[in-house]
Ligand binder design. Structure first.
Ligand SMILES: Cc1ncc(COP(=O)(O)O)c(C=O)c1O
Length: 390
């Protein structure tokens, strides 16, 4: 940490925000010829043409002015319809709020429920932006280590509940999880919901990978069990389902009563998402089912390739992930994921994300398998070759 007066005079929460441990490896290897990048959380497909066309048409129509803070009515209705199709039942458009990516949805959710002196309980390993967003809000992220064993990744609910103190305001649950792929069962969600309700806690439910589930049509959701006016804030995004990571558009879903508060927080941060992006997102939801299904099928094949190739080396510990599009694996005898990720750039020409960036200090590493089968075969083959005993 710099001791420059410019830096030390900053607000502590801003000053102490951590540099992403994924970016360090990315910067180290970004220009390597032929490197296969499995370190970032996105697929290799561009946004489909019909979605791009909707944005172009909106711009050509002159939709370049300030727009609704909560989202354009057409997109909020499309979100309501999408949730109805996916989850059954009726969803009012008023409970959906369009945000600058899932990231801004996380930020707003964290700011609404936790601040200085508060705690937010979060299972780890977890995507570093979640803990960082909570810390920047002023609250203290309280990590709850997940277990890894024969049953794969598990969350010990007693351990989760024991981490709750008088200061806890919220439980943040990302299921399916980035980076482990762990996916809560309906029974686990119900237990967490009941505990949270008893203790008056909020739940921030990050369900951005809910469609990338390999044991059924979709992952279990808090929507399956909870009433609409409970203390649950749902974080979601267009980034993954519709290959729109670079657009920066997502949504928050919350009890209607919170509408004005959420509108205010959007107003005083981004002042809303550009109308042309919202037009594209509307089309993605209304017409994007086939594209999404194709992406899930591709990820399923990617998961098979990565898991089987690495498992066959006999030198890794891994569990086939139930959801999301990441494999979190460890190499026998290697406990320093940062230095291993840097070595894999040099020695295997494959980019992996070090587990230390996700709060795991036991040597796990994350690869993203939302890519073409041929690239994954090549990348997993290189890793397997590197893993061969000398
Ligand atoms: C668990 C999780 N939540 C939220 C997001 C946010 O997605 P975005 O801000 O790209 O829409 C991501 C992206 O990687 C994620 O992995």
């Amino acid at each position: 940490m710099s001791d420059s007066p410019l830096i030390t005079s900053l607000r502590a929460e801003a000053r102490d925000a951590p540099e992403s441990g994924i970016v360090e490896v990315f910067n180290y290897g970004r220009n390597r010829p032929g490197l296969i990048p499995l370190w970032v959380g996105e697929g290799d497909l561009p946004t489909p043409d019909f979605v791009v066309a909707a944005a172009n048409q909106s711009l050509a129509r002159g939709e370049t002015f300030y727009t609704y803070q909560r989202g354009i009515p057409e997109l909020r209705q499309a979100l309501a319809d999408y949730h109805g199709r996916l989850l059954g039942g009726q969803f009012p458009a008023e409970r959906f709020f369009v945000t600058g990516g899932g990231m801004q949805a996380i930020q707003i959710a964290a700011r609404m429920v936790a601040g200085t002196g508060d705690e937010v309980v979060i299972p780890v390993p977890c995507w570093p932006n979640i803990t960082a967003a909570v810390a920047i809000s002023g609250a203290r992220p309280v990590p709850v280590p997940m277990g890894f064993g024969n049953a794969g990744w598990t969350l010990d609910l007693d351990r989760l509940f024991d981490a709750v103190s008088d200061r806890t305001r919220a439980i943040f649950l990302n299921s399916p999880s980035n980076p482990t792929g762990w996916t809560a069962t309906r029974a686990e969600l119900e237990a967490i919901r009941q505990f949270a309700a008893k203790r008056g806690l909020w739940i921030i439910a990050d369900e951005v990978y809910g469609r990338f589930f390999y044991e059924g049509p979709r992952a279990a959701s808090f929507y399956d069990i909870a009433d609409r006016d409970e203390r649950i804030l749902y974080v979601n995004t267009f980034s993954k389902n519709y290959a729109m990571t670079g657009w920066r558009i997502g949504w928050l879903s919350a009890p209607i009563e919170l509408g004005q508060t959420i509108e205010n927080l959007i107003q005083y941060s981004t002042s809303g998402v550009a109308a042309f992006m919202q037009r594209a997102a509307t089309v993605a939801l209304n017409e994007g089912d086939a594209f999404l299904e194709m992406q899930v099928a591709r990820a399923r094949e990617g998961r098979r390739i990565c898991c089987s190739t690495l498992a066959a080396t006999g030198r890794v510990r891994l569990a086939e992930p139930d959801g999301a599009f990441y494999l979190f694996f460890a190499v026998d005898g290697e406990t320093d994921s940062r230095s291993l990720a840097l070595r894999l750039v040099d020695e295997a020409n494959v980019g992996v994300a070090p587990g230390i960036a996700f709060g795991d200090d036991t040597g796990f590493m994350r690869i993203c398998f939302a890519r073409s089968a041929s690239q994954l075969e090549e990348a997993a083959g290189r890793l397997a070759e590197w893993l061969k005993p000398a």
